[in-house]
Design a binder for this molecule. Structure first.
Ligand SMILES: Cc1cc2nc3c(=O)[nH]c(=O)nc-3n(C[C@H](O)[C@H](O)[C@H](O)COP(=O)(O)OP(=O)(O)OC[C@H]3O[C@@H](n4cnc5c(N)ncnc54)[C@H](O)[C@@H]3O)c2cc1C
Length: 468
């Protein structure tokens, strides 16, 4: 769009949704996400901040009628460039649509606007004795709508599942600008094709989520984590598999490899053994007795071959451990100022191989490399640390990331366990899906968004490069 066309877009939208609800497209805070440290920045023609779901529908209607691309934006914490405007269009931010609509503690359910911050939703549930399990490390920044759009996970997805498992209803704006409700405050619904599930994880390419009904559960009375250190990946991964075999169900089962420990050990709440090259964090939850029993069993199983176990018992120390874990991603970024990190997932019995091969790939490309992630789900955050101002290093890291995707497929896994495709994994689905599945993926996009205006250029199963 020319500067004049952008100015006219701003003017028209101001008339539609209010003077204070439109910002110039150059407003930097809306042009990037957590991939900024790999130098991904976009360009928009305008930014819209609608105040309610009806305004979202009116905005989409106007854009659809005038062929303006719409890029939905939640908290901007995504790791795939999903909310980054590639080549102009309207960034539609949900940040002002952020209220709790209903909270029914006695019925274990709530309905919240899409722009509600994840941690606020979790806090509101907690204040009422309830628990909303999805816990991405970005909980203070990410929004309910963004979590739904990416079907985000988090450490406790091991026991409780990813975001979609907690959504019973969606309010969503579909092209060409209609507000539609799917499901609701109901715990089961098998009536039609599962449109709600199609929208969950669709990364803003099929519709714009404006609100959701979520399931809650009574909050666990106690949570007791522990961190076990090992001298190598093999011993640590054997301990993870023993945990499965023991039949005990941890709420979370996380790992850090040697490089991730090295990058974050300074901030760990206690001393880390010098010889530690692998770490497992497990969480036990339930009633006080149940959490204590699971914790004791985990201590036994994970104690096998461990150098040391750190098992905090008071709330302050427990919170310190999780704060440190939530900060691991930023700790790794801080090493070189940037990172290229991919969330491949493999069968849990291939985890050791995936961790070791991640390091081999990094070495081949002369990159500092590490991984950490959700061990129980076989979900790695395979990471190449880079200086974002060094284009050659960035290029090598992008090449290395392609090898990671090939590795995921070779190990019978998937190119994304929780962050999605966005921009950075465009075309990679073609590695793991049959042509028919790719054709269905494209047909679904066409059915929801015939003009291709909803988050264009994102979540593409294949690209021109695949066909060449
Ligand atoms: C420190 C850190 C830790 C993280 N930890 C985890 C983790 O443990 N697990 C995990 O899964 N992810 C994690 N992430 C990634 C990220 O936080 C999640 O993907 C999160 O769900 C994105 O939410 P958001 O609101 O920030 O979405 P955004 O980044 O704003 O957008 C993400 C995608 O969703 C679309 N979108 C946003 N809102 C809507 C809406 N209302 N309707 C339709 N489409 C929409 C956007 O267009 C984009 O495609 C982490 C990120 C950081 C920075």
């Amino acid at each position: 769009m020319t500067a004049t066309a952008s100015a006219s877009l701003e003017r028209e939208l101001r008339k539609l949704i209010g003077e204070d609800a439109v910002l110039p497209g150059t407003t930097r805070a809306y042009l990037s996400d957590a991939t900024e440290s790999r130098n991904l920045k976009g360009r928009a023609d305008a930014i819209a901040l609608p105040k309610d779901a009806d305004q979202v529908a009116e905005t989409v209607q106007w854009c659809y009628a005038h062929d303006v691309p719409i890029i939905p934006r939640g908290g901007g914490s995504g790791f795939t460039g999903g909310c980054v405007p590639l080549d102009g269009g309207l960034v539609l931010s949900l940040e002002r649509i952020n209220k709790m609509r209903h909270l029914d503690p006695g019925l274990w359910r709530a309905a919240a606007d899409a722009g509600m911050i994840t941690a606020d939703l979790r806090r509101r549930a907690r204040e009422n004795g309830l628990f909303y399990p999805p816990d991405p490390g970005s909980a203070e920044q990410s929004q309910l709508g963004g979590n739904i759009a990416t079907n985000a996970g988090g450490p406790h997805a091991f026991k409780y599942g990813v975001n979609g498992a907690w959504i019973t209803g969606l309010e969503v704006v579909l092209a060409p600008g209609e507000l539609v409700r799917l499901g609701g405050p109901i715990r089961k619904d098998v009536a039609g094709y599962d449109l709600k599930s199609l929208l969950i994880g669709s990364e803003g390419t099929l519709g714009i989520v404006t609100a959701a009904w979520v399931k809650l559960i009574p909050a666990p009375e106690a949570t007791l984590p522990l961190a076990a250190f090992y001298e190598d990946t093999e011993t640590g991964c054997a301990a993870i598999e023993s945990t499965f075999a023991s039949g005990v169900i941890p709420a979370a089962l996380e790992y850090l490899d040697a490089g991730a420990i090295a990058a974050t050990r300074g901030a760990f709440p206690t001393d880390v053994p010098d010889e530690a090259r692998f770490m497992v964090i497990a969480d036990a939850d339930g009633s006080t007795d149940e959490a204590a029993r699971i914790h004791a069993e985990l201590e036994d199983t994970l104690g096998e071959g461990a150098l040391l176990i750190h098992a905090p018992t008071n709330t302050r120390d427990i919170n310190s451990l999780w704060r440190w874990r939530d900060g691991a991603s930023q700790g790794v970024t801080a090493q070189r100022g940037g990172k290229v990190s991919e969330d491949i997932v493999v069968p849990v019995d291939r985890l050791q191989e995936a961790i070791e091969k991640t390091v081999e790939i990094g070495h081949r490309h002369d990159l500092e490399t590490c991984s950490w992630g959700h061990a129980g789900d076989g979900n790695l955050h395979s990471t190449f640390m880079i200086d974002p101002d060094d284009p050659q290093e960035l290029h090598r890291a992008e090449e290395a990331a392609h090898e990671l995707f090939a590795l995921a497929v070779e190990l019978k896994g998937s190119i994304s366990g929780e962050h999605g495709v966005g921009l950075v994994k465009n075309g990679q689905l073609a590695r793991q899906w049959e042509p028919k599945a790719i054709a269905m993926h494209e047909a679904i996009k066409q059915a929801f968004d015939p003009k291709g205006l909803l988050n264009p250029g994102k979540k593409l199963a294949r690209t021109k490069a695949n066909d060449d």
